[in-house]
Write a protein that binds this ligand. Structure first.
Ligand code: GTP
Ligand code: SPV
Ligand code: MN
Length: 595
């Protein structure tokens, strides 16, 4: 039990409200883990996997209508609609509490209510934030134990008077028409009802560490970002760190764990993973920007993960992991498309239906065994490339910030910004094709500034302003870049091999931050010359490289119109500096024509 009176009062109030059979305080112990696992197995919420193949690991299927974040049901409930901005759905706080309250009320009958004290960031770091999640999902409780630091130690840190984010989660009846993911930034509170999946339900992740944290970060003068953090160690043992923001399912986990490609092996690089999804960035006493990973685990996309694309991820999920919405074989193993080894002959798919390789639907289309957004949850400490500094309370110093999106066309492999403000513009105008990580139409191009469109807890125009302000305050700012691993040729094939070979681009980026690396100045920023990247061992035709770094004026003129249309949605609220950047780009494109 907590000695924090506010916490005690809140928990008893919610217990009256949700009417669970019992209240269970999560202490974080090993004994508790085993007890919860056994309970989840007997209630069929988890299936224990084959202990030889997957020691300590479990399988879970979420409701088929509940397999990705529900952005259309996610709201910011601040007092004034304009403070939520055009980037967010908005609901008045009273309405939010009332609507979600009606669904939540009495919905925990017959269930246990778990109280999970958790810390985002190492316990006791001055940069960490404490939350307490209440949930009636044992799956959520077990995931939170992997993804965050939980239990008695957190309560001790919280003490009698400490402040915490109040995170209420209830599955209710998992009905999409009775699902709401609500954020109350003024109350430091989150209410999520009607979903048991990922970012909708593990409230420490997107809800606290991005939506609420971005709101706090603006007030407190730091940045909460949808970014991976990785270290690149060179032959001499010097390690430099970069952060990268890509939209959901666009390659953060993969980049964070990359293995140097054969062709670069001789250079002796080592990659160190610090985080794969979220970074909290602050200005350090040395005037540099420092980044820390508030999470303790990885909640990664399973399909596509194999020993060629991401061997570190494969090693990480060898044990003590939870697999969600993938294929379960009759002998207790998991499998997914583009995974490891052949598909099992006798299995059930993510929907729980019998499945075998080559299965076709009534229209003759192949039936996927795993949902494209099927996920694994695994402790970060199990990652072979985990950085020895990943739990440093102050984080690691950053040399470059990288933005990126998934674009078949237009965006070259890499762009270096002209300066901080231009870098903010590059981030603010990121566009990306929609993936399976959120409900909606896959492939549709949408603006996803800094990969934060679904995660910024306030008006994005103010968020851009905050980025511009931060630039003024960082004495030694990192350089800002934009990358695109996803450019395609006329036949729909990726031009760039991606994955481990992305190190070739990181190498150029670090060269540029050190005042080296070959580049040409284009209207959109510095772009590598066709011979600038080390592509040894790739056998890449010169034309392909030229295509990858090509900047087509016609494309960028159309793109510029897209920027304007997007910026117009913010009206007067958008900083004049963003328009200044826009017009400067326009002018540079014009003079490029004249030249
Ligand atoms: P979230 O967890 O949703 O935030 O996703 P993420 O950004 O961590 O994406 P992740 O690394 O899981 O990659 C998602 C998918 O993108 C994978 O299944 C890969 O198929 C694909 N992918 C990742 N990196 C590359 C790359 O360099 N090139 C190509 N072509 N595809 C990539
Ligand atoms: C994302 O969608 O960006 C994720 C998965 O990292 S979730 O936890 O569902 O947000
Ligand atoms: Mn993510």
């Amino acid at each position: 039990m907590a000695k924090n009176l506010e916490l005690q009062a809140w928990v008893s109030e919610l217990a009256k409200f949700g009417q669970p059979d019992r209240v269970v305080w999560i202490d974080g112990s090993q004994e508790e883990k085993e007890r919860l696992e056994a309970e989840a197995v007997s209630s069929k919420e988890l299936t224990r996997l084959n202990p030889q193949e997957h020691p300590g690991s479990f399988y879970h299927r979420s409701d088929p209508n509940d397999v990705a974040r529900s952005e259309h049901l996610t709201y910011i409930c601040c007092k004034r609609k304009e403070d939520a901005g055009p980037n967010n759905n908005w609901m008045a706080p009273e309405e939010g509490y009332r609507k979600a309250g009606e669904i939540f009320s009495g919905s925990m009958k017959g269930r246990a209510m778990y109280v999970i004290p958790f810390s985002m960031g190492v316990i006791g770091s001055p940069f960490s934030k404490i939350g307490v999640q209440i949930t009636d999902s044992i799956y959520v409780a077990l995931n939170m134990r992997i993804m965050t630091r939980v239990g008695t130690k957190v309560l001790e840190q919280l003490g009698a008077n400490g402040k915490f984010t109040k995170c209420l989660h209830g599955k209710a009846d998992l009905n999409v028409n009775r699902r709401l993911i609500l954020h109350f930034p003024d109350d430091n509170a989150i209410w999520s009802v009607g979903s048991g999946y990922g970012g909708n339900a593990l409230l420490g992740k997107k809800c606290l560490s991005l939506r609420i944290a971005s709101f706090l970060a603006r007030q407190e003068g730091w940045l909460a970002e949808h970014m991976l953090i990785l270290g690149i160690e060179d032959k001499k043992g010097k390690v430099e760190y970069v952060t990268a923001a890509f939209p959901s399912a666009c390659g953060k986990t993969n980049l964070a764990m990359l293995i140097p490609p054969e062709g670069l092996k001789a250079k002796g690089y080592k990659i160190w993973t610090v985080g794969d999804d979220i970074a909290w960035l602050r200005i350090g006493p040395d005037g540099r920007l420092w980044a820390m990973n508030p999470e303790a685990g990885f909640f990664g996309v399973a399909p596509g993960t194999n020993s060629k694309s991401n061997p570190n991820a494969l090693a990480t999920i060898k044990k003590n992991s939870i697999f969600t919405n993938v294929v379960l074989s009759d002998d207790g193993k998991v499998w997914w498309e583009d995974g490891e080894g052949p598909a099992p002959e006798k299995a059930t798919d993510w929907r729980g239906k019998p499945w075998k390789p080559g299965l076709k639907d009534a229209q003759g289309k192949p039936v996927l065994g795993a949902h494209p957004n099927g996920r694994f949850t695994a402790p970060a400490s199990q990652c072979p490339s985990i950085s020895p500094h990943w739990e440093d309370p102050q984080g690691v110093p950053i040399s470059a910030i990288i933005f990126g999106g998934r674009r078949e066309r237009v965006a070259p492999l890499v762009i270096e910004s002209l300066d901080w403000n231009h870098g903010v513009y590059l981030g603010a105008t990121v566009a990306s094709e929609r993936t399976a990580a959120q409900d909606g139409k896959i492939g549709e191009l949408r603006r996803d500034p800094m990969a934060m469109l679904p995660f910024c807890g306030y008006n994005m125009a103010d968020y851009f302003r905050h980025w511009l302000e931060m630039g003024k305050r960082i004495p030694k700012p990192p350089k800002i870049f934009h990358v695109n691993w996803f450019r395609k040729d006329g036949k729909g094939k990726f031009l760039w091999p991606g994955f481990g070979d992305n190190l070739r681009v990181l190498e150029w980026i670090l060269a540029r931050t050190g005042g080296q690396g070959k580049a040409r100045k284009t209207p959109i920023g510095y772009v590598p010359t066709a011979d600038a990247l080390d592509i040894s061992g790739l056998n890449m035709p010169t034309e392909t490289m030229q295509k990858l770094v090509e900047v087509r004026r016609e494309d960028w003129e159309t793109e510029l119109e897209g920027h304007k249309t997007y910026f117009d949605t913010f009206g007067q609220r958008l900083s004049p500096e963003m328009w200044k950047q826009h017009h400067a780009l326009k002018d540079r494109l014009k003079s490029a024509v004249a030249a």
